[in-house]
Design a protein around this ligand. Structure first.
Ligand code: ADP
Ligand code: ZN
Length: 607
């Protein structure tokens, strides 16, 4: 949801203005209002009014006399005279002797000015502020609910006509969701037999794999309203707001049932309540409210809640227990077939040249998510426009894979000659070690054009199809391949550079995983010493073993790395001639394809 927020002025700003207004008011307007009714008269008028017994209150001091008429409506003022019988006459006229006539005069008016008016001003300010906040929170298609409610930004969106066909791949996920669609179409079939639909489904998977799309598609297929809100929206505002937003959301949803409620990033409110000190009360209240609402609606009232998360392990168990989000729909990164399908779906929206082969592109983009693939297609179209072409060709697509994966080509980064040679040998080192180990995947493309991501060179390897299992041998080969870059530098220049830092990181990760997670060491056999805590976001691991064991793991990893590094070196020394030839070719051309590489490696032609 794109929304442009005007910069919000701090609250203190508004209250400051009101205070200023009140101050000015009290200094200028109030005295004026009060004074206006004091009428200055001469002493004769005063005496005449005494005679007529037309005096209400009177106050005499050494310099002036202030008095009112019988009805207390007007205050008069006159100078004091030497008049010894004045008091006597006033008494007989029935006047009351009072003090502070000017102030006691209009108790109502002064009460109004000093208490009621400021209060009204502050109330008005409050109203104004909350209306402003509502405007900021509600988008174009937002439905905001009256004052005193939650200001929930729940928007009922037409489902943009998204259907299952628009979501490529993800067949398993679609299959689980088809049941929901069927239920929404024909609830009677389910109630007749006494079955009840799960109230909540959890879409679990890495970012950009189409979870939002799938939720919309369910609404689109079953032709029901679609409410969407992000978990983080519940907790970003004031305390106590989250819970009432949840209440409102469900109230709305129930009115519109049958319908789909989609909560994105549910982990923002559904994190484990671990009873830490200073926990987030607001979040907990919101979560509790959500649980209450879910328990609240009886069996089948047609509100289906879909929630998405990429951190399922961090969710509170209360959320995932039966009766709440008890069904889990995995939405994984697309496989080769899936990637090809996604490319085709998005490729349909642009004009393509005849030479475009999505199968190759899908193979090259191994590990890309649906969102990244959509992005690749768009980048390719942009590149075609930059080149002044009307259609997108294969080269555009291949280039944009690298753009999306490795950052834009750094046009003006200039490598010195020596650096260019080092990078060329480094990259060929990777490729050659990979090619000489039968198990490693063939090289697709090697380039030494620097990228904005910071990589100076780039060796793209392509797996034939997707790999779900790796043998110990394959991992070792992979590690040797990573070590090949540094090994080539050592052999050719007798010197090492910082260029291998990323390789080193990868090698270490793989090596440790072999020992601690894959049970591939003789010493520890099948003992797990590391647990993966964040499967979908980077896969952080945490060690769970004694310090002594840690020391041993470190030693073993170091030895293993050394052994595989030596292996890479041996391969390169044995093929020194090819290494020089290939590096020279890459230095000249800057980019070479896998076929060119193989042609130099095996001039005979057999691969
Ligand atoms: P998520 O909610 O999982 O983070 P989205 O549903 O927001 O991902 O997907 C982002 C974009 O990626 C979509 O708008 C779509 O263009 C593209 N996309 C992702 N997965 C697919 C898919 N399976 N088929 C087609 N497009 C996809
Ligand atoms: Zn490298």
């Amino acid at each position: 949801m794109k929304e442009v927020k005007s910069p919000r002025k701090p609250l203190i700003y508004y209250y400051g203005i009101v205070l200023l207004i009140l101050l000015l008011f009290n200094m200028i307007v109030t005295p004026f209002l009060l004074e206006r009714q004091v009428k200055e008269v001469d002493y004769g008028v005063f005496m005449g009014m005494i005679e007529d017994k037309n005096i209400g209150q009177v106050e005499v001091d050494s310099s002036k006399i202030v008095f009112t008429d019988k009805e207390n409506t007007i205050i008069y003022k006159t100078g004091a005279m030497n008049d010894p019988t004045l008091t006597e006459r006033l008494y007989q006229s029935g006047a009351k002797f009072g003090a502070d006539i000017e102030q006691t005069m209009s108790p109502l008016l002064s009460f109004f000015l000093t208490f009621v008016l400021p209060m009204l001003l502050f109330i008005a300010l409050g109203q104004y502020m909350s209306r402003k906040l509502m405007q900021q929170m509600g988008g174009k298609n937002a439905m905001s609910f009256g004052m005193g409610k939650s200001n929930a930004r729940v928007y009922v969106q037409s489902t943009e006509g998204i259907h299952f066909d628009d979501v490529a791949g993800e067949d398993e996920a679609k299959e689980s969701l088809t049941e929901i669609v069927d239920y929404l179409h024909n609830p009677k079939k389910y109630t007749d037999i006494g079955a009840s639909m799960p109230k909540g489904l959890l879409l679990v998977g890495p970012p950009g794999t189409g979870k939002t799309m799938l939720a919309k598609a369910v609404a689109g297929e079953s032709n029901v309203p679609f409410f969407s809100i992000s978990g983080s929206e519940f907790v970003e505002m004031f305390v106590g707001m989250g819970a009432s937003k949840v209440r409102d959301l469900f109230k709305q949803a129930k009115e519109k049932a049958p319908c789909i409620v989609f909560i994105d990033e549910i982990d923002a409110i559904g994190k484990k309540r671990d009873g830490q000190m200073g926990g987030n009360d607001e979040r907990e209240q919101t979560l509790n409210q959500l649980l209450t609402e879910m328990d609240g609606f009886e069996g089948n009232n047609g509100v289906i809640i879909l929630a998405a998360t990429n951190r399922p392990e961090s969710l509170d168990p209360a959320l995932t227990r039966p009766g709440r989000f008890d069904r889990r729909v995995p939405v994984e990164l697309p496989d080769l077939q899936g990637r090809e399908a996604i490319l085709k779906v998005h490729g349909n929206k642009i004009k393509l040249a005849d030479d475009v082969n999505f199968h190759t592109i899908a193979r090259m983009a191994s590990g890309a998510s649906g969102a990244e693939l959509a992005n690749i297609i768009n980048e390719a179209a942009l590149r075609a426009i930059r080149c002044g072409r009307q259609v997108v060709n294969q080269a555009d697509l291949e280039e944009s894979i690298e753009t999306v994966i490795a950052g834009y080509q750094k046009k003006n980064a200039v490598l010195s000659n020596q650096e260019k040679w080092v990078v060329a040998y480094h990259e060929i080192g990777h490729a050659l070690v990979a090619a000489m180990q039968s198990h490693s995947a063939p090289v697709q493309k090697i380039t030494i054009i620097p990228r904005t991501s910071g990589a100076l060179g780039y060796t793209m390897q392509v797996e034939e199809g997707d790999k779900y299992l790796m043998t110990k041998k394959e991992i070792e080969n992979k590690i040797s391949t990573y070590a090949g870059g540094r090994a080539a530098e050592e052999i050719v220049f007798g010197e090492v550079t910082t260029g291998a830092s990323n390789d080193i990181e990868q090698i270490t990760k793989l090596c440790r995983a072999m020992i601690t997670r894959y049970g591939m060491s003789d010493e520890f056999d099948m003992m797990a010493m590391e647990t993966v805590s964040n499967q979908y976001l980077g896969g952080d691991t945490s060690l769970s073993c004694s310090p002594d064991t840690q020391k041993e793991i470190d030693q073993m990893a170091a030895e293993l790395i050394k052994k595989l590094h030596e292996k890479a070196k041996t391969i390169l020394i044995e093929n020194r001639k090819k290494l020089d030839e290939l590096a020279g070719f890459l230095y000249e051309k800057e980019t070479i394809t896998g076929d060119e590489f193989m042609a130099i490696l095996n001039p005979g032609g057999e691969k």
